[in-house]
Design a protein around this ligand. Structure first.
Ligand code: 3H9
Length: 693
């Protein structure tokens, strides 16, 4: 049965798309639309047509899954042209979200009625695409060039009210969308069809395009689709709709075929897969969480408390130190002030959130807590003490979580009588900004605790990724390999700023040396001291350790791998560090040499890939794409490369394997022995992307 149906109500034909969950424009929908518009056109009793969707939303866009297959007829630009050509007035009735191809379909309709709570947008840029069904030509005709560029370059949807003010929507409605649409359509027979393609684009100064180009050169460095969006809109201003449409189509196909779009599409689906956990069925219940306690009122604890408060939980911040607790409470308040200033919520929401916030120094206050998140100093003995105390005071069924970034969750669980209730919730700093939550499942953590943690992530607006228990879990375990190569490259003669520039040019949000200074070199130093399986290699993180031992902790001390002028976060290369690295290399007998850009990228990024492969082999992650999600959302890995393992798939696992095998010969087997999984995949021409899906 077709997902598109036609039913006449008096003189109005209603075409309904019913393609759950989000009414994407897959081939049967496109065919159904053409058939139904043909039928409505041919029906003499029909004077106007309404296009509406069943279920929770209007059309959410083209079916992205189809982009990896050869295109099937009818194609969306033709469907859109068919809708616009209808000789009877066509009204789009929008609810939920009208996104991408969905908004393009709505713009091909002659009028648009939108539910007050709906949103409309062209998010194609987030998938490395541009609107490919005349969106780049129609939107500027409706809302003007500047607004259209903003919407398409940010990909952010706009609320129906704002869309109406901008000219994208003709009328807003309350609850009964269908009834209001029919009544509105009945009045449209007289004005008749009104086609967006016939509207003129208001002329703008060329400076508008220069400004947009400047913006993308800063924000979307090296990305193809933003530039193609700007060019398409420039063409729209020339007034020839068909020429603009043809160029847009060419650009769309170019972007769709690009590795950037493939990587971004991979990231889109990877992020939606993380909630499916092998062995935990949909029937597994979630525990009820209303009251959350955060132990440790440092920066991380305050950030976690703030995130939980803004998500509607009641939060208790606990610290044994009075002054520390006061500082934590002030930090929470400051985060709220910042949120208010940025328009994240209204003042009354702030006040009601703060009413749910309590500070305490007494563990005995935690008796009613549903979930405790421990965020104390990264030291096993201290953490075990905290867990033993929690075991005494918390009610049965409470979840006891640790925010450790590297330490053994099972060992902490062993300090309690209820290891099945213990889990790792590894937030990333700043906790209220970073979207990743690594959910560490201990050997005994029960399924419902994992499900509850995934639910919590969703409520906090984060992406929860379930990982196993090992030193550093997924993210930091891989970071060790990446950082290890950075450190070795320093000793071998590559300057910190050279390595950082090459890796940021490659797409990393920041270089590893600038990141170290931002996070604090003392933090990594202490974590390495706690590490039991630290390699017996004098070169291992030698430069970072040396700087930390000299009190050069990074930005907070004004000196680290770089130096920082008073009050500035701008890293300045420091000759002292260069001399120190040279001396240390000499002392350790490491010859310094010129190192190519390719070698830097390969050693750092293949370091990530090989550790990722080991993580899969060890069962710490059960899906390659989960590893990609961790690195994209927690470590600034370029989203358009789809994560480290997707990147390996893109360039070919065979190539990665061959290079790693060469590195084994060149640099020794200690770090570079190719994992079995990498070898096996290379032998059978396999892909990481097929693991765990
Ligand atoms: C485009 O339109 C190109 C055109 O300009 C030109 C063409 C020629 N395709 O996110 P959810 C799946 S590009 C295929 O969990 P929510 C999703 O994977 C497109 N599948 O729900 C998930 O599947 P599963 C432009 C899609 O309520 C399920 O639907 N449009 C698509 O949190 C539910 O999704 C976009 O970029 C899709 N387009 O959020 C919008 N969309 O259940 C992309 C969703 O198997 N979509 N799925 O895991 C979204 O932003 C959100 O899905 C939406 C709902 C806000 C709609």
């Amino acid at each position: 049965m077709s997902p598109v149906s036609l039913k006449r109500h008096g003189t109005v034909s209603v075409i309904t798309i019913d393609n759950p969950p989000v009414n994407v424009l897959s081939q049967p929908v496109r065919q159904g639309l053409v058939d139904c518009f043909d039928a409505a056109e041919a029906d003499a009793a029909t004077e106007a047509v309404v296009l509406i969707c069943a279920g929770r939303t209007f059309i959410a866009g083209a079916d992205i899954r189809e982009f990896d297959r050869p295109p099937e007829e009818p194609q969306l630009p033709d469907v859109v042209a068919r809708i616009e050509a209808t000789t009877k007035p066509v009204l789009a009735a929008v609810h939920g979200t009208a996104l991408g191809g969905g908004l393009e379909v709505a713009m091909a309709c002659h009028y648009r009625l939108a539910h007050r709570m709906s949103t409309l947008g062209l998010p194609e840029v987030t998938l490395g695409l541009l609107p490919g069904a005349t969106g780049t030509q129609r939107l500027p005709r409706l809302v003007g060039v500047e607004r259209a560029l903003d919407m398409m370059l940010s990909g952010e949807p706009v609320a129906a009210g704002a869309a109406m003010e901008a000219g994208l929507v003709d009328k807003l409605t309350g609850e009964d969308l269908l009834a209001e649409a029919i009544s509105y359509a009945e009045k449209l027979a007289k004005p008749g069809p009104r086609r967006v393609r016939d509207l003129a684009v208001e002329p703008v100064d060329a400076a508008v395009f220069d400004a947009a180009r400047k913006r993308i050169s800063q924000k979307a460095r090296g990305l193809l689709s933003p530039e193609r969006i700007i060019r398409s809109v420039e063409l729209a201003t020339r007034g020839d709709f068909d020429a603009g449409r043809a160029a847009e189509r060419r650009f769309f196909l170019e972007c769709k075929a690009s590795a950037q779009s493939q990587g971004l599409r991979h990231a889109f689906f990877a992020e939606r897969k993380t909630a499916t956990i092998p062995g935990i069925g949909k029937e597994t219940p979630s525990r009820k969480i209303e009251n959350i306690a955060v132990i440790g009122a440092g920066t991380m604890g305050a950030g976690i408390a703030y995130s939980c408060l803004t998500a509607g939980f009641t939060v208790q911040l606990l610290d044994k130190d009075e002054a520390g607790l006061a500082r934590g409470a002030t930090a929470v308040r400051k985060l709220f002030d910042g949120g208010l200033a940025r328009g994240k919520f209204a003042r009354q929401d702030l006040e009601s959130s703060l009413q749910r916030f309590h500070a305490s120094r007494d563990f005995a206050d935690l008796g009613g807590t549903d979930l405790v998140i421990e965020a104390v100093f990264e030291n096993m003995a201290i953490k075990k003490e905290v867990f033993a105390r929690l075991d005494e005071v918390c009610k049965q069924g409470a979840i006891l979580a640790t925010n450790t970034s590297t330490l053994d969750v099972d060992e902490m669980a062993s300090a309690t009588s209820r290891p099945k209730d213990v889990i790792g919730l590894h937030f990333f700093s700043p906790a209220h900004v970073m979207r990743l939550l690594e959910i560490v499942r201990g050997a005994e953590t029960s399924g419902d605790v994992v499900v509850t943690a995934l639910d919590l992530a969703k409520k906090l607006g984060k992406i929860g990724v379930v990982v196993g228990n090992c030193f550093g879990f997924v993210g930091n375990r891989m970071l060790y390999s990446y950082g290890r190569e950075n450190q070795l490259l320093l000793l071998e003669g590559a300057a910190p700023e050279y390595i950082d520039r090459i890796l940021t040019d490659w797409g990393m949000a920041m270089g590893p040396n600038a990141v170290g200074d931002l996070a604090g070199l003392d933090v990594g130093y202490k974590a390495r001291q706690e590490r039991r399986d630290r390699p017996d290699d004098p070169r291992f993180y030698r430069i970072a350790d040396l700087l930390a031992e000299l009190g050069r902790f990074g930005q907070k001390t004004g000196k680290g791998m770089y130096r920082y002028e008073q009050g500035s976060r701008e890293p300045v290369p420091d000759p002292e560090v260069q001399a120190l690295i040279r001396d240390e290399a000499r002392r350790l007998g490491v010859p310094q040499r010129e190192i190519s850009e390719t070698e830097i990228v390969e050693r750092c990024i293949y370091g990530l890939v090989t550790e990722g492969a080991r993580i899969l082999e060890d069962g710490i992650s059960h899906r390659a794409s989960d590893i990609d999600v961790v690195w994209i959302n927690g470590y600034g890995f370029p989203r358009h490369r789809g994560g480290p393992l997707n990147f390996a798939d893109t360039i070919g696992v065979k190539k990665v394997y061959r290079t790693v095998a060469e590195f084994e010969k060149r640099f020794g087997p200690e770090y570079w022995t190719p994992p079995q999984l990498l070898r096996k995949l290379a032998e059978k021409n396999g892909r990481f992307g097929d693991i765990g899906n």
